[in-house]
Ligand binder design. Structure first.
Ligand SMILES: Cc1ncc(COP(=O)(O)O)c(C=O)c1O
Length: 373
């Protein structure tokens, strides 16, 4: 099967471990294992694991874990949850389960490239629905309705990576109406749920609004535990059953250790989400102050998520610019070219505030010289 290289993952693989100030990070500043264990507040949070045989464990995820994941939604139960290898694994299973040659998929872009390249590789016709800076990255419902005609699946990342756009309740209802009008599945990649700039920190989920909606997510972003590689699919049982057929060929299980650690974290979801709210909101304010003094940059302030696109002056290719920024300043950002958004740099603003405070002035000084007005 031919598949287009995953540009943003290639960029991160090449540079993520080679920078001083990681402003390309899309996870809320990751927790250490010690911080997670302290959060659990138990005498010995790993005790249940000590005498447990290291088998594959619960194949689809433990009942406890699936129950805790279901608890992140308004109307779901453990039966509606399948555990996967991160959101990336969850999305892949959904596409494998639902999409084949000749199907039409409508995908809101810019997006995580998986939502375009994977259905294309599976033989689908992918119709992109662009979010545009001039519209404040608001979804154009007429364009979505047009693209969704005859579609088997509509895909949306909400909150959106890379723009930080967040659909309002009203907009979500409109998306659902378009999906229902076409009897289409709706895949909502909700990995950034839990990072809203306003309360509640967790925006509503599509899966609670529409019987053919599927939500994917993970411990990686708002829960700051990407190292667990623990994600999920929440959706209708028949879709989960089809996803499981594919999963049996690629996953078996996520492992007893990851399952247990994810349970510890989700038992204290409120505390972790409160920490994340503190970080994304403090950092949003830091970037807002900084950008006000940058003549060479503009942005559409994000409403949720961990990323924003910075429009820079001049016409330098974003890839060359990002390589130079890293070489000259030690700051890593992501070129818009890796996200289908040339002319921009993606800022990941949810790392530790100290990293952001140190990195932004270096970035600003460099761009003032490198990007002529
Ligand atoms: C929209 C989106 N979906 C999925 C992923 C993959 O995340 P995970 O670590 O849960 O596999 C990412 C990672 O950046 C993402 O931005």
């Amino acid at each position: 099967m031919h598949i287009t290289p995953f540009a943003v993952e290639q960029w991160m693989n090449a540079y993520e471990t080679k920078c001083e100030y990681n402003l390309a990070e899309t996870c809320v500043a990751s927790l250490t294992l010690r911080e997670l264990l302290d959060l659990a507040g138990e005498e010995d949070p790993l005790a249940p694991l000590q005498d447990r045989a290291m088998t594959y464990g619960d194949i689809v995820g433990s009942d406890r874990l699936r129950g805790l994941i279901a608890g992140l939604f308004a109307r779901q139960s453990a039966d509606n949850v399948l555990v996967a290898h991160g959101t990336i694994g969850a999305n892949a299973l959904v596409y494998q389960a639902l999409v084949g040659a000749g199907d039409v998929v409508a995908s809101v872009t810019p997006t995580y490239q998986q939502h375009v390249s994977l259905p294309e590789a599976l033989g689908a016709q992918v119709r992109q629905v662009p979010l545009q800076a001039k519209d404040g990255y608001q979804l154009d419902m007429d364009a979505l309705a047009q693209a969704a005609k005859g579609a088997k699946l509509i895909t949306v990342v909400n909150p959106n990576n890379p723009t930080g756009a967040l659909l309002s309740d009203r907009q979500m209802q409109d998306v659902v109406a378009i999906a229902a009008g076409n009897d289409a599945y709706l895949l909502a990649d909700e990995v950034y749920r839990g990072t809203s700039q306003t309360d509640p920190i967790q925006n509503p989920s599509f899966v609670d609004m529409y019987p053919k909606a599927i939500s994917t997510g993970s411990m990686s972003k708002a829960f700051a535990l990407a190292g667990l590689r623990l994600g999920w699919i929440v959706g209708p049982k028949d879709v989960l059953a089809q996803a499981e057929h594919h999963r049996d060929y690629t996953t078996i299980s996520l492992g007893i250790l990851n399952d247990h650690m994810a349970c510890l974290a989700l038992d204290h979801a409120d505390k972790i989400l409160a920490r994340s709210a503190g970080i994304v909101r403090e950092n949003h304010a830091i970037v807002t102050d900084w950008i006000a003094g940058q003549n060479h940059l503009s942005w559409v302030a994000p409403h949720a998520g961990t990323t924003a696109l910075l429009q820079y002056s001049g016409d330098r290719p974003s890839h060359d610019l990002a390589v130079d920024i890293l070489a000259q300043t030690g700051v890593l950002v992501t070129p818009g070219s890796a996200l289908g958004a040339e002319g921009t740099l993606r800022l990941g603003y949810a790392n530790h505030p100290a990293v952001l405070r140190a990195g932004l002035p270096r970035l600003g000084d460099f761009l003032a010289k490198a990007c002529p007005l």
